[in-house]
Design a protein around this ligand. Structure first.
Ligand code: NAD
Ligand code: UDP
Length: 389
């Protein structure tokens, strides 16, 4: 449309339609990015993934307004000779593919390391060799623990932002010992970041690295026993949603004392779109993408989700709304945790003028409304008639 073709970048220049090779396009973030690019831009997407359930609504039927601008390629980047050709056909590659659920880091450390480091290597190599731009998804977890977490519990310095705010160009990466296999993910992501950075420095690769800080919203992960394995452990939003839908207490790991900042997926996708359309401002940078104003402990998150769910579903919370579980019981041996994650926003603000907008309450209200609409009936059936497996 003329509205879409009149899009301009942050410097007022018209934006040329791009062909984007999006790897992991069928996941949570990929599905929202595809949706935004189809609705609001003229870019073309080659969507690569092993699954397409979360983008089916963008692929079918044939009379969708963006028909022909998005094509799905079912492939596993571990072993598929089509990968290089698809990268060569594109102006830009976005790599989202990864194993990125904490329950896997300590229980499937080999798969985690292969997925986040080894499997990403050919993507980086093909981009570098073919002079193609790369936007690679890393994680806030590369920061690991805060410096402040090593201070005595009663130290007043713990209140000083210098000891906890996470800065792309200054903060160190602090992981636990090798037995704490939780850090296999963060360490693999750190090494792929260093490799991409080195390709930029030595071979001129045009890259942008994204460090998401707990992006949440509709379509995140799965509800165990409904659209994922009944014994599966997704990330916290889906774990708590599952508990709320089933009327069970929410499980607080090690007392729920860890702190997180949550950002609404739709806010975060705005930031990614700015990176896509403003290469001169985004290339060579690592960006924190999060909402420093939405900080809670996991316990506070649980309490807020209980209130919001009750409001949007009209269902009374259970008498015992939360229970404590040990991390060993919940995740097994080798789990460890990030204590606190406040993103510094200086660089993304300066380069892209981006700021998150949605409060935690508002994003939970829209997300839990979606969860209730999508899953409440299915859960009733599962509870009434448990399937033997
Ligand atoms: P997700 O699991 O929903 O999406 C990842 C997608 O990649 C999945 O659809 C999966 O099928 C696909 N994939 C994995 N391995 C593949 C392979 N070998 N070949 C083809 N496809 C493959 O996760 P997400 O939340 O959308 O995360 C996307 C990226 O962002 C990941 O790199 C993750 O580490 C990073 N990240 C996300 C968050 C967050 O808050 N959601 C936080 C930190 C980092
Ligand atoms: N968590 C919890 N109960 C759950 C699931 C997760 O208390 O049912 C905690 C987990 O220990 C961590 C936080 O919630 O402290 C966030 O977990 P998530 O899996 O979303 O990923 P992370 O932010 O650790 O990468």
């Amino acid at each position: 449309s003329s509205a879409a073709s009149a899009r301009v970048d942050l410097d007022g220049n018209p934006i040329k339609p791009l062909t984007i090779c999006m790897i992991g396009a069928g996941g949570f973030i990929g599905s929202h990015l595809c949706e935004k690019l189809m609705n609001e831009t003229q870019h073309k997407i080659l969507a690569l993934d092993v699954y397409n359930d979360k983008i089916k609504h963008l692929l079918e039927p044939d009379n969708l307004p963006w028909h022909g601008r998005i094509t799905f390629h079912r492939l596993n980047i571990k072993h598929d000779s089509r990968l290089e050709g698809l990268i060569k056909m594109s102006d830009l590659t976005i790599n989202l593919a990864a194993i990125c659920t904490p329950a896997d880091y300590n229980t499937r450390p080999l798969d985690t390391i292969y997925s986040n480091f080894i499997d990403a290597l050919p993507v980086v190599k093909y981009c570098s060799e073919n002079n193609k731009r790369l936007i690679h998804f890393s994680t806030c977890e590369v920061y690991g623990k805060t410096i402040g977490s090593f201070l005595p519990k009663d130290s007043p310095l713990r209140q000083d932002p210098a000891y906890y705010v996470l800065k792309e160009d200054e903060s160190p990466c602090i992981f636990g010992s090798i037995e704490k296999q939780r850090w296999s993910y963060a360490c693999a992501k750190q090494l792929i970041e260093r490799l991409i950075y080195a390709e930029g420095a030595e071979n001129g690769l045009e890259f942008t690295i994204v460090r998401p800080f707990n992006w949440i919203g509709p379509r995140m992960d799965f509800i165990p026993g409904v659209d994922g394995p009944s014994e599966g452990v997704p990330r916290v939003l889906a774990c708590f949603s599952n508990n709320l839908l089933r009327g069970e207490p929410l499980k607080l790991v090690d007392g729920g004392q860890s702190q997180r900042t949550f950002v609404y997926i739709k806010d975060a996708i705005e930031a990614v779109t700015l990176m896509i359309e403003n290469p001169a401002r985004a290339n060579g940078h690592i960006f924190n993408v999060g909402n420093p104003n939405n900080e809670v402990t996991v316990r506070q998150l649980a309490e807020m989700m209980i209130k919001v769910y009750s409001k949007v579903s009209g269902v009374q919370p259970p008498e015992t709304p939360t229970v404590d579980v040990s991390s060993k019981e919940f995740y097994g041996e080798g789990y460890d945790d990030s204590d606190k994650r406040i993103p510094d926003m200086t660089i993304i603000n300066r380069q892209l003028g981006w700021n998150p907008k949605t409060s935690l309450w508002d994003l939970l209200e829209s997300t839990l409304t979606y969860q209730h609409r999508t899953y409440a009936e299915a859960i009733k059936k599962v509870i009434a008639k448990p399937v033997a497996n």
